[in-house]
Structures are given as C-alpha cells and as structure tokens.
Design a protein around this ligand. Structure first.
Ligand code: NI
Length: 219
C-alpha cells in the first residue's frame, strides 16, 4: 500500500527545521548507498553530528505520533532518517533499498517532503510497479509511505532544490498485503464507531482485527 499523509510538520516547524539543516554539513550521498545504487545516486546528505541526531529524533517523533501513520505502518523500529538535498541536475536512478539496514529489516520506506513543490522542478519520487509508474511530489510537511520492496527513483531536479527526509521502518507486520488489510479493517471499524458508537458489530470487527494482529504480528 502506498499512502500520503499531510501536515506531519506545520509551517513553523518546517521553517525552523530548514534553518537547522542550513547549519549542518552536507556530503556526497553515495556514502550511504549500496554498491550498485551508488552508481546512480547523485545527491547530498547531512553528515553525522549531534545536531543531526536531534533532528532525526524530531522527525521520527512527528511521524510516529500521527494516528493514520500508526494504523498504516504498525511500526516496530525506525532507522535514523537521512536528510537529502538534490540541486539542479541531481537525481537518484532506479534502485531497490537495502533489505537490512543497521541490522533492521526494512519493510516500509518513507519520504517526508520539506520544500514546497512550486520551489523546484523535477525531483519527483517515481515508484515502479507492474501497473506502471507513480510519480509523487507532495506539499512540504507531507509524508509518503511505500513498500520498501519496490524499484524506485528520484527524477532529476531541473530548477531549485529538493529537500527531503527519507527513512525506513520495520513493521510489526512484514507483508504489505496484510498491512493493507489491517488498515482497511481498522479504518472501517473507526468509521462505524463514529457513526453508531460501540455496537455489537463494532465489537466483532474489533475482535477480528485484534486476532488477525495476534496471528500476523512479529513483535
Ligand atoms: Ni531508495
């Protein structure tokens, strides 16, 4: 399942974050790519520092606190996010993300957009699937979740600068299909509750959801 969630960061938080990122050192992004992905990766990423760690924690907290994200991702472990800049001509060609990062299995990838779409041209996240390609470019403060199993790329930037945070999540639920089923069931359950309160039908759907989680979760 792919999902966009808006307003992870508000405009005040974005302004503050961009200023904090301006104070960090950015280095060649190839350092964090696998050997084959490094051949097609042309961007810059924030170098490790104490200031970077604080910003990474802030991003993870903002994403983790979102209620829709919680039921879509069912996160267990977050890898520390990377902050990446793509200037004119920079790009990241087709690649698949590493299955294991720092000992953590990567089930879900996300891109948190930090620059408004009108401030740069190109720079779409393009995800390949058997039904074609999906190009994604969201407002600043919005996050896009997609299965880490996909081939994907970042289109070349032709004007301005693309600024994003990207990260990976180990989910309690390994299978994207099972995560989607749980998400749909939970969403329907909440809508039912909003409409008619704690009915007998709500209780039965809650029981099914809870027991599917018990069946599938790797805690
Ligand atoms: Ni990637």
């Amino acid at each position: 399942m792919m999902l966009s969630i808006g307003n992870i960061l508000d405009s005040a938080a974005l302004t503050e974050l961009r200023a904090a990122l301006d104070a960090l050192t950015f280095v060649d992004g190839r350092a964090t790519a696998g050997w084959s992905a490094a051949e097609v990766k042309r961007n810059r990423q924030a170098a490790p520092s104490a200031a970077l760690r604080a910003l990474q924690e802030q991003i993870v907290k903002a994403i983790r606190d979102n209620a829709v994200f919680q039921i879509a991702a069912r996160p267990k472990i977050f890898t520390p996010p990377l902050f990446a800049r793509y200037g004119t001509g920079e790009t990241y060609g087709a690649h698949v993300d590493d299955a294991i990062m720092g000992g953590t299995r990567t089930d879900i990838a996300y891109t948190l957009f930090l620059q408004e779409p009108q401030d740069y041209d190109g720079g779409e996240l393009v995800i390949e699937s058997t039904s074609g390609e999906q190009a994604v470019k969201l407002p600043a403060g919005a996050v896009f979740l997609y299965p880490a199993t996909t081939l994907h790329r970042v289109a070349p930037v032709t004007r301005g600068e693309r600024l994003v945070a990207v990260g990976w999540i180990r989910s309690l639920i390994r299978s994207a299909g099972q995560r989607e089923l749980l998400f749909d069931l939970d969403t329907a359950r909440r809508a039912l509750f909003a409409r008619e309160g704690k009915s007998a039908e709500f209780d039965l759907i809650s029981k099914s959801l809870s027991n599917l989680l018990r069946m599938w979760a790797e805690d």
